[in-house]
Ligand binder design. Structure first.
Ligand code: UT7
Length: 341
């Protein structure tokens, strides 16, 4: 009884770009990339694909797994840093239309690579208050379209894809009067590290003003591109991943050793290995799929979850933590006993 995941789904575009493909136009090698990141290849959105279409396909698969009709969805929360349009309409609204979720509110949420954990928390609040409604939580990214493909230290890291889950609540009564959820969550941010990972562009830059009309001259906005201070992000990630997992367990009076699986954001396998070492946990407890997906930002945790469910490696009753970190800086984690949230 209570809030639970009813079904999961994911989508990775069929086009695959290997490290060797990148090495044909950039001063890098498969060996360097694999030894520094654990990545061998990434999926890349092709002709006609976009964040919304990948999100819709992942959501369709999650709805099918859950046996839930689109019209039973009351809320769509879509975590992304690469929406179809720079800001509006939201990608969540495009998905709402494509799937026919005619009874759903829909919005995008931007908390970078920690976005899915943030989105899940919004959806948990929704189904807690409205137990008869279902929520669709999606993480979807088309990162390969905002990369600087001449910057070998950042373009090698990212890939495209989407993951989704359907959340429901068996409780008869609304959670207004009390907490009905079984999971516990930590959400955090450290805006002082905002320049560690940035997508440039947007309205931050002051435009030129027309001397005659006094109006801003449009069209002068700089190209959106991803910039990264890799060392700083690496150190932050290892620190925060271990702290969040440790704090969640402490809050519940348990220990990280009792966890069956940790679904950490897939940014770099060296980050996950360093976290496992720091926490003295066997690496086998951490889900790892970077080799073929690379970093899919907000999509990485739900893609991992769906792969684990479909391969039978995530079973009912397993104690798990979902944990992410990213630009902002943001971080967040949720402890749950699968599939109860
Ligand atoms: O979701 C969060 C997103 N971001 C991250 O998670 C990033 C976290 N950080 C990282 O994953 C790592 O810092 C990187 C993989 C980005 C970089 O690895 P690193 O071991 O920290 O390398 P580095 O930046 O210290 O660079 C070492 C050398 C440099 O050459 P010099 O100056 O020593 O001659 C780089 O120019 O490696 C060079 N280098 C490369 N060489 C071949 C950087 N990228 C490449 C490359 N191929 N792709």
């Amino acid at each position: 009884m209570g809030i639970k995941v009813l079904g999961t789904g994911s989508y990775l575009p069929p086009k695959v770009v290997t490290n060797d493909d990148i090495a044909r136009s950039l001063d890098t090698t498969d060996d360097w990339i694999y030894s520094h990141t654990g990545i061998r290849s990434r999926h890349v959105a092709g002709e006609g694909e976009a964040t919304s279409s990948m999100a819709a396909e992942a959501a369709r698969r999650a709805l099918a797994a859950a046996g839930v009709a689109p019209e039973d969805i009351g809320l769509i929360v879509l975590a992304t840093s690469t929406p179809d349009y720079a800001t509006f309409p939201s990608t969540a609204c495009l998905v709402q239309a494509e799937l026919g979720c005619v009874n759903a509110g829909a919005f995008d949420l931007q908390a970078a690579c920690a976005g899915f954990v943030y989105a899940l928390e919004q959806a948990r609040g929704f189904v807690n208050f409205y137990p008869s409604r279902r929520a669709l939580v999606i993480g979807a990214e088309c990162l390969t379209r905002i990369l600087d493909w001449t910057d070998r230290s950042s373009c090698i890291l990212f890939g495209d894809g989407a993951g989704a889950l359907v959340l429901g609540n068996d409780e008869k009564e609304s959670g207004v009067a009390g907490v009905k959820t079984k999971a516990t969550t930590i959400l955090g941010a450290d805006g002082k590290g905002g320049d560690f990972i940035m997508r440039t562009g947007g309205t931050r830059e002051t435009p030129a003003f027309d001397p005659n009309t006094g109006l801003p001259v449009t069209g002068g906005v700089i190209e959106p591109r991803l910039t990264l201070q890799g060392h700083d992000v690496f150190a932050f990630a290892v620190r925060k991943l271990s702290k969040v997992v440790g704090d969640l367990c402490e809050r519940l009076g348990t220990t990280p050793e009792s966890l069956d699986r940790v679904f950490a954001h897939q940014a770099n396998s060296r980050i996950i290995e360093a976290t496992a070492r720091r926490m003295k946990l066997p690496l086998e407890k951490f889900w790892l799929n970077l080799e073929t997906t690379a970093n899919t930002s907000a999509a990485s945790v739900p893609i991992s979850l769906d792969q684990a469910v479909r391969s039978g490696k995530l079973k009912d009753g397993m104690k798990i933590v979902l944990v992410g970190f990213g630009s902002g800086l943001t971080y967040g984690g949720t402890y749950a006993v699968w599939p109860d949230f």
